[in-house]
Design a protein around this ligand. Sequence first.
Ligand code: KG4
Ligand code: ZN
Length: 337
Amino acid sequence: MTILAIETSCDDTAAAVVRDGDVLSNIISSQEIHNQYGGIVPELASREHVKGIVPIVHAALQEARVSIESVDAVAVTYGPGLAGSLLVGAHFAKGLAMRFAKPLIPIHHIEAHVYSGYLEEPDLVYPSICLVVSGGHTSIFHVKDVSTFEVLGSTKDDAAGEAFDKIAKLVGLGYPGGPHIDRLAGFGNAQAFNFPRGLFYDQNYDFSFSGLKTAVRREVEKLRSIGDDLPINDLCASAQTAIVDVLVSKTMRAIDTLGIGAVVIAGGVSANSELRTRMSAAAAQRGVTFVAPRLDYCIDNAAMIANVAQLRYGNTMSNAAQLNNLDFTVSPKALRA
Ligand code: KG4
Ligand code: ZN
């Protein structure tokens, strides 16, 4: 089964071709235009998708050496995300499906992140625990099987990536802030500042990062008011460790409490080097399998959208023909599929 997938939920225009689990192409075009505004401007995001979608889909088909006629189904993200961005991808996919008479499979974006560990490691067993950490989401999932998963907990305020981005801005670094903080933290002392670890001791799977952001802002204001140069590396190292401490501790709490043998991390923040190292060490200590998908399967991408379509309908292509659901609407807010 050959699936062409399209993903435009936020600020990346992405298309991929996946055949029987093999990723033949996975094209991601990140919209640079937002960097100058220090965050994503929704109206600009949808306009950039309009400009990018035709060349990106073309590039995905070309790299895969697949013609649109030979594709068996089109899959597309229906939510959650920015309404305008989702609409561009969904309407383009509907047009393609209609014009070429292909089944159209709407896929939930977070669900695609949740199953991205199985894109990297097709033999990964169920059940698993998956931590999805991005600029928009921070949640822990109990993945029970190919079609069943449960949200164990989520952030009560900012997402972890949002915290990275806001803290980077406070100390004068560019957007997106996560990669800058990751790099500079390597030169800093993580014990220099004792920043708060939100909900660390709460016996649940929820997160809170707004207190950390406020604490960093107060520290920066204090240092500036006494005329000191900002110890940027130490601030980055201390803030990063505060974030990673809670991410690892809550994820391992799920592993230990539910007795699960595999852990997956996904979403843009899962690129963070301290998170990868410490989650890997915590998993090894427990004899638990650890999967951190390659970066282009972690960030927003269309291969993960095709993957869920394949997992669900790969063996039942005849059913996919009945999935020609051109009436679905985008759903900007839904956390759960
Ligand atoms: O999944 P993603 O590409 O887009 C969505 O938010 O949906 O994630 C982007 C987020 C940004 O907040 C960015 O700062 C963060 O991922 N990020 C990182 C790193 N690379 C990207 N955060 C920490 N360390 C990194 N190395
Ligand atoms: Zn995402």
